[in-house]
Design a binder for this molecule. Structure first.
Ligand code: PLP
Length: 387
């Protein structure tokens, strides 16, 4: 269905029909995997809109349209990974520019900022964005970009997107929101005033732990032109088969997310009432410090949570991490199967220990990506693992 026709439809309809148009050459209902590097021209410069596959590919174009539709944006761009999408956003900047970034975010984002882009003369200031005042206090005339993640990985902190967007507008900066944890089913940052939405499509968009990919979605045509120029000039594009997989994943995003949310509620409450559990980090608890904002800007609380044991030792956490049978010990998240992870040694090992501890990411923290298996079986698995 064309982007114009689908824009006013309800969410489930959008997920299924976004980007999907019958293939003009055959009528194939599913966008084919255009496994080609180049396109034949009938005369020099005379072509059908496709010249070379780093610049354009029909499978990728279908996915990029789908991404725009499901995030309520005008334009979508797909990248070879989530960090490649982040990398493209930072390449909008020049040496001397400053970024205000959240102090609690995906370890790979922090690594890219500090270990790669600092060397190119871009400066990063890390602040606790859960209080938007910290963002406005950090802004200087050199600030060009604000980078937030909400809910955060792995502490499930919530930042008020609309408030930070208002601050960003006033300062004339670009606000980019990493929306990976919520997915477009639960949260649409562009509707709240953000300029760019970033996704690791590897997670909920793909949904089946079988692809690495990233995405950017935006409304402003100038931003789109600049980011498209970076996408084609730097070349971090996804292959057509990977685009096909994410397109296919998006068709069931709403069904999967509903199930992730239902299981999330059950597991969060089970863990909270467990005598050996010290604290559960989940933004769906009414006493979560930013619950009201989460409720306002999200349609549900998703399938991600973290917890600590009363025995805060690494040994106690390791025992749980090694004992689950349904929850597989692995990095990543957002797939249909449940995963368990130790941020301090796995996903967030690239953040120095002192930095991690300052932000509350302790050595004993355990993160769960709750899949869509039967909740009874998941509870049973945690029960035997925690003991
Ligand atoms: C995984 C992840 C990324 C990085 O994406 P890749 O696809 O692994 O490159 C960025 N942000 C968040 C929140 C993530 O979970």
């Amino acid at each position: 269905m064309s982007k114009e026709n689908i824009a006013g439809k309800k969410i489930a309809t959008k997920m299924i029909h976004a980007g999907a148009e019958p293939d003009p050459s055959t009528g194939a209902i599913m966008t084919p995997i255009f496994q080609t590097s180049t396109y034949v021209q009938s005369a020099p410069g005379k072509h059908q809109g496709y010249e070379y596959a780093r610049s354009q590919n029909p499978t990728r174009a279908a996915l990029e349209n789908a991404l725009a539709t499901i995030e309520n944006g005008k334009f979508g761009l797909a990248f070879s990974s989530g960090v490649a999408a982040t990398d493209a956003v930072i390449k909008l900047l020049s040496p001397g520019d400053e970024v205000i970034a959240a102090n609690d975010m995906y370890g790979g984002t922090y690594r890219l900022f500090t270990k790669v882009f600092e060397r190119f003369g871009i400066h990063f200031k890390y602040v606790d964005t859960t209080n938007p005042e910290n963002v406005s206090n950090a802004i200087t005339p050199k600030s060009k970009l604000i980078w937030i993640e909400t809910p955060t990985n792995p502490l499930m902190n919530i930042t008020d997107i609309a408030s930070v967007a208002a601050i960003s507008k006033k300062a004339g900066t670009i606000l980019c929101v990493d929306n990976t944890f919520a997915s477009p089913y639960l949260q649409n940052p562009l509707d709240l005033g953000a300029d760019i939405v970033m996704h690791s499509s590897t997670k909920y968009l793909g949904g089946h732990s079988d692809v690495i990919q990233g995405a950017l979605i935006m409304n402003d045509v100038n931003l789109k032109d600049q980011l498209y120029f970076i996408q084609k000039s730097c070349g971090a594009v996804p292959g057509p088969f990977d685009c096909f997989l994410v397109l296919r994943g998006i068709k069931t995003l709403h069904v999967r997310m509903k199930a992730h949310c239902e299981n999330g509620i059950i597991i969060a409450n089970y863990l909270r009432n467990h005598p050996k559990v010290e604290r559960v980090y989940w933004c769906g608890f009414e006493d979560h410090h930013n619950y009201e904002i989460a409720k306002k800007q999200m349609r549900g609380f998703g399938g991600m949570l973290s917890f600590t044991l009363k025995d805060a030792s690494v040994e106690a956490a390791t025992k749980v991490l090694s004992s689950t049978k349904l929850f597989s010990l692995a990095e990543s998240l957002g797939g249909v199967e449940s995963l368990i992870n130790h941020p301090a040694s796995m996903t967030h090992a690239s953040i120095p220990r002192e930095e991690r501890l300052k932000n509350g990411l302790t050595d004993g923290l355990i993160r769960l990506s709750i899949g869509i298996e039967d909740a009874d079986d998941l509870v049973e698995d945690l029960k035997q693992a925690i003991g």
